[in-house]
Design a protein around this ligand. Structure first.
Ligand code: GLY
Ligand code: MN
Length: 465
């Protein structure tokens, strides 16, 4: 059965079967009813002119399809869908869309009701707060109790957050298939971005080439693309800078499948098509950190140890280039590497690009662990032993962030660790990051984005192709 306005994955029985298995797993973890809302769109200036809508990921995980202004109720393996049928005005402005009963059949719901019926079905239910303000206001009214933000969920809601984090930590076959589909499109987008570079004059043109591939696959971006010659701005969302021949371009762009599953990839390449000697030296140091992490990535390995391995590799490389001074392990112990690598080695990837970060560190941190306040560890988003079925990113980088390097306090702390004079010779490197999406397998790992080269020579070849 093909449902007209639902993604292709919704139209096949395996989706309903997958959702059933997820419900049964949830039942084993929590013994109260669960109500999850999809959320609804926000108006830009009048109700029909909306910001792009994204269904809540927790809802998506159990409902399987992106829906707006809908809810599901899960109890003892049973799935109830709450959604209004299209109104005559909807039919006029948006055309014929799936009815509630058609959607219910596609996702294997046991019953389907208009939204109003939810009022009598919320008693004693656990839920998670959604991001959109209108639905967030509605949740306490319908449940007749306060609902804290998802990262502060307590009591029943806290138990639900824990159960869902446990389930979404390791992906089932259906989730993995969708991540693979998003990853394949992301690889294509990066190749298009590299190919577009020689004729481009501004960052925006490369962004357009990359996002054009994603849109052509009827996917969206999983986060605001970073396509910039100012890679030192970690989450740069400006695209107006001109491209100069000596610049490095950092592109952190990932597709999100129609079903909501994400990918997240970064490459850094020379605008001219050829790395300068200083750029190549630092690129190879970042690549060595990336490669060593992938070599060690397997079940049982502590993700924080991979972060520290990347830090150690970067410190070794920077010492050999004369940028850092001292013993690499002592430099890492003092967090000197964080002057140039201030973020964590990566994060969980799934239905969200930083998967489940709406739950704070509940998913990312093993029970009993909490964030370090160390300069070199405070942005580590994942601190658990790795398990088969997890997908994580590995994304080491080197950056010259003026706010860090010119900070008088940091400069005083690390005065003896850095050859500041020598560092000026590397002024043509503002930011380098290399990022891949990696599945933890039973015996090791699989780089899901391996089709996109990382080696500098291969990147240069793709730009001149
Ligand atoms: N893709 C952006 C990030 O991982 O923070
Ligand atoms: Mn990332």
């Amino acid at each position: 059965m093909q449902i007209q306005d639902l993604p292709p994955s919704a139209a096949c029985l395996p989706l309903a079967e997958t959702l059933k298995q997820r419900r049964h797993q949830l039942t084993a973890l929590i013994d109260v009813p669960v109500v999850l809302w999809s959320g609804r769109s926000s108006a830009r200036n009048f109700p029909a002119n909306i910001y792009p809508f994204r269904t809540s990921s927790h809802f998506l995980y159990f409902a399987g399809v992106p829906l707006e202004n809908a809810a599901i109720r899960l109890e003892k393996g049973r799935l109830e869908l709450f959604k209004d049928d299209p109104t005559p005005a909807d039919l006029l402005w948006h055309g014929v869309t799936s009815t509630r009963d058609e959607i219910a059949a596609a996702i294997g719901a046991d019953a389907a009701f208009p939204l109003i019926a939810l009022m009598s079905r919320t008693s004693g239910a656990a839920t998670l707060s959604v991001q959109d303000p209108a639905t967030r206001q509605q949740q306490p009214r319908l449940l007749d109790r306060p609902v804290a933000s998802a990262h502060q969920a307590q009591g029943l809601d806290g138990a639900l957050a824990k159960a869902i984090a446990h389930m979404r930590l390791c992906h089932d076959a259906a989730g993995l298939a969708e991540i693979r589909a998003a990853a394949a499109v992301t690889v294509e987008a990066h190749i298009a971005g590299m190919a577009a570079t020689r004729l481009a004059h501004r960052e925006a043109q490369i962004r357009a080439a990359m996002e054009g591939v994603i849109l052509a696959h009827n996917m969206t971006t999983a986060y605001s693309s970073i396509v910039t010659v100012h890679g030192e701005v970690l989450h740069n969302n400006q695209y107006h800078h001109p491209l100069q021949p000596g610049d490095l371009l950092l592109a952190d762009v990932g597709a999100e499948a129609e079903s909501g599953w994400a990918s997240d990839v970064t490459r850094t390449w020379p605008v001219s098509g050829k790395f300068s000697p200083t750029q190549r030296d630092l690129y190879d140091v970042v690549l060595a950190a990336h490669d060593r992490c992938i070599e060690q990535l397997r079940p049982g390995v502590e993700y924080q140890d991979l972060h520290l391995l990347a830090a150690q590799t970067l410190a070794e490389g920077l010492v050999s280039l004369g940028i850092l001074r001292g013993q690499p392990d002592q430099l890492v112990a003092r967090d000197a590497h964080a002057l140039f690598f201030p973020h964590g080695i990566g994060h969980l990837l799934g239905l969200d690009v930083h998967d489940m970060e709406d739950l704070g560190d509940l998913a990312g941190y093993e029970t009993g662990r909490s964030r370090s306040d160390r300069f070199g560890l405070c942005y580590l988003r994942l601190n658990r032993p790795l398990r088969p079925g997890m997908v994580v990113t590995i994304e080491p980088g080197f950056y010259q962030v003026p706010a860090l390097l010119n900070d008088p306090e940091r400069r005083a702390t690390y005065q003896d660790c850095v050859n500041w004079e020598h560092l000026t010779k590397f002024a043509d490197v503002r930011g380098i990051r290399i990022e891949n999406d990696v599945l933890v397998t039973d015996t090791g790992c699989e780089v899901l984005t391996a089709a996109l080269p990382t080696h500098a020579d291969a990147i240069e070849a793709l730009i001149s192709r």
